[in-house]
Design a protein around this ligand. Structure first.
Ligand code: HEC
Length: 149
């Protein structure tokens, strides 16, 4: 009898925990655009290259948005070649933001996203996971390259 009751209590406890956890996941980020949710929920187990090195806004757009991508990813991972001194065109990874941005905004989205996930020049450590923060932000930025409107 007592054992049955105990089992029941444990079951209820597990159910309660499950509900609490799933609710937490759903409500986090509610009230904001779906795009901000994806950029702000880090996926566990991804390489450090997939994460920003600073706190970031919920929307990536225009020159400011490009700056976050430049400082955390495009500069460190691509800038050694794709910069004014690096000698590879286009210099979208230059550490002068306005220069880098002026080239960055002329790049084709599909090609660029492909080369950030599967790039033979920068080695396996620079390739982004499509579930990661940086990839999601890059993807979003390409739909708002000119301004934040
Ligand atoms: C070791 C040097 C090096 C690094 C690091 C590097 N690239 Fe490149 N990249 C090149 C060279 C060389 C070319 C031109 C030859 C080619 O396209 O195969 C190029 C070409 C490109 C192009 C133009 C392709 C086209 O079709 O016009 C893009 C876009 C690009 N790279 C993106 C990236 C991105 C994104 C990164 C960082 C994740 C990166 N590259 C890192 C050397 C590099």
């Amino acid at each position: 009898m007592d054992f049955k009751r105990f089992r029941y209590l444990v079951l209820v406890g597990i159910l309660y925990l499950g509900i609490t956890i799933s609710f937490n996941n759903c409500t986090r980020g509610s009230g904001t655009a779906p795009s901000s949710e994806s950029t702000h929920q880090p996926v566990e187990g991804l390489d450090a290259v997939n994460y920003f090195r600073e706190s970031v806004p919920s929307t990536f757009c225009g020159q400011d948005g490009y700056g976050y991508l430049l400082r955390s990813y495009l500069g460190p991972e691509c800038g050694s070649c794709h910069s004014m001194n690096g000698g590879t065109f286009p210099p979208f990874g230059d550490n002068d933001l306005s220069k880098a941005y002026s080239y960055g905004r002329t790049m084709g989205k599909a090609k660029f996203l492909e080369l950030s996930t599967n790039n033979r020049f920068c080695g396996p450590d620079c390739n982004l996971d499509t579930r990661g923060e940086i990839y999601q932000a890059l993807n979003q930025w390409f739909d708002h390259t000119d301004s934040c409107n």
